[in-house]
Write a new protein. Structure first.
Length: 398
């Protein structure tokens, strides 16, 4: 990866060297002020461009806020709230945040670590009694602790180990994030009745599925067997979706493949098998997704007749009984998907099946749906393998 190392300079020379040494030992390309010219300051627009061109961003902060550049002449500043008078380090951090997929790794000098007063704002000979500058770095540190999971260091060798472990973890996490499948908002069952008067909502869901490969349904809102069957059937035929994630008032229930849903529920109702037979006998299909969905729904209604007479309520207990081992009910739980550990990755790769449900962080069961993700394991494996081969190639060329 191309990693930008950001910090104030004079007070953190040894620490910057330790961080850079760790990154290069791991084969990463380092972008740092050490690679610039010998000038004491650097054009802000150039620095921002380098940050934006990096794959990851490492920030070291001790007790100096740093040089405050004239930002008025820079056309492409990051969008920030509050005081525009910011240090070049804080502008770099703002630029790094523009890309949500870019790993940002923050390391703060521990408040209990011994530190020379002359290396702290407010105590330097050039700024005697300048307490405002110390307030600025304290405010910056506080904002970093609010926004990020930070690590604390006291010695250069300690920082070297922390940076190596964090960047490795960030690379793994980035692979996980890249291969996280798009999921839909929970679909309410009471809006999905597939009869001729209100079939429009189900058709709208299928037509608008777009890039979502995982469709979420909330069975706390009156779902039943034939309704679930038709949704899975239409999604399988007319969208890119591959899985249905089931929640119950926000609590994760399970993950099902569309083909499993249609196969198992068809075995519960003979009318559904008649529908499948009639559907196979159709001699033509509509070129438009919406019109094809309307035709399939009309055929479904014609064959099923009174759906209310045959339906069975979809509950967590019934899903377990119908699908048995085919429903994935035990998600992997991780503390932070932005900082997955190697152990988390091993658990992910050991998980049965190609689509892995992951619940991030802590909270009550009613927030599980908001914290639920699905990882495409084969795509993740391929992406990490390609990254590994690329690293080997780059090492061989150096």
């Amino acid at each position: 990866m191309r990693v930008f190392v950001s910090s104030t300079s004079r007070d953190l020379l040894d620490y910057r060297a330790a961080a850079i040494r760790s990154l290069r030992r791991l084969g990463h390309e380092v972008v740092a002020m050490e690679e610039f010219t010998a000038a004491t300051t650097y054009p802000l627009d150039r620095v921002l461009k380098l940050v934006r061109g990096s794959d990851a961003y490492v920030l070291l902060v001790a007790w100096r806020y740093g040089f405050i550049p004239d930002s008025a002449a820079v056309a492409d500043l990051p969008k920030v709230d509050g005081d525009p008078l910011r240090s070049i380090t804080e502008w770099e951090y703002a630029a790094a945040k523009e890309d949500e997929q870019r790993p940002i790794l923050v390391f703060l000098l521990s408040e209990t670590a011994p530190w020379p007063p002359q290396q702290m704002d407010g105590f330097g000979p050039l700024t005697p009694g300048d307490e405002a500058s110390l307030d600025r770095v304290r405010a910056f540190r506080a904002s970093l602790m609010r926004e990020r999971v930070v690590s604390f260091f006291s010695r250069p060798d300690e920082l070297e180990a922390l940076v190596g472990a964090a960047v490795t973890s960030a690379r793994l996490s980035r692979g996980v994030l890249i291969n996280r499948l798009s999921t839909s908002d929970p679909i309410q069952g009471d809006m999905m009745s597939p009869d001729s008067s209100v079939a429009g909502e189900m058709i709208r869901v299928v037509s608008g599925a777009g890039p979502h490969r995982v469709i979420t349904i909330d069975i706390a809102t009156d779902w039943w067997s034939t309704r679930l069957y038709l949704l899975a059937f239409l999604l399988d035929r007319l969208s890119r979706a591959q899985r249905i994630m089931v929640v119950d008032a926000g609590r994760f229930v399970g993950l099902l493949s569309l083909s499993t849903v249609t196969r198992v529920i068809a075995s519960l109702h003979p009318q559904l098998q008649q529908f499948r037979h009639a559907e196979r006998l159709r001699t033509a299909t509509e070129p438009d997704i919406t019109r094809e969905a309307e035709a399939l729904v009309a055929l479904f209604v014609e064959i099923l007749g009174d759906e209310y007479a045959v339906k069975v309520d979809v509950t967590a207990a019934n899903l377990g009984r119908w699908f048995e081992d085919s429903i994935v009910t035990s998600p992997i739980r991780v503390y932070n998907i932005d900082r997955v550990s190697p152990l988390d990755l091993i658990r992910l790769f050991d998980y049965p099946g190609d689509f892995v449900p992951v619940i991030v962080g802590k909270g009550d069961q009613h927030t599980e749906q908001e914290r639920s993700h699905v990882i495409d394991k084969p795509a993740l494996s391929l992406q990490l393998a390609q990254a590994y081969v690329t690293d080997l190639l780059e090492e061989s060329l150096h």
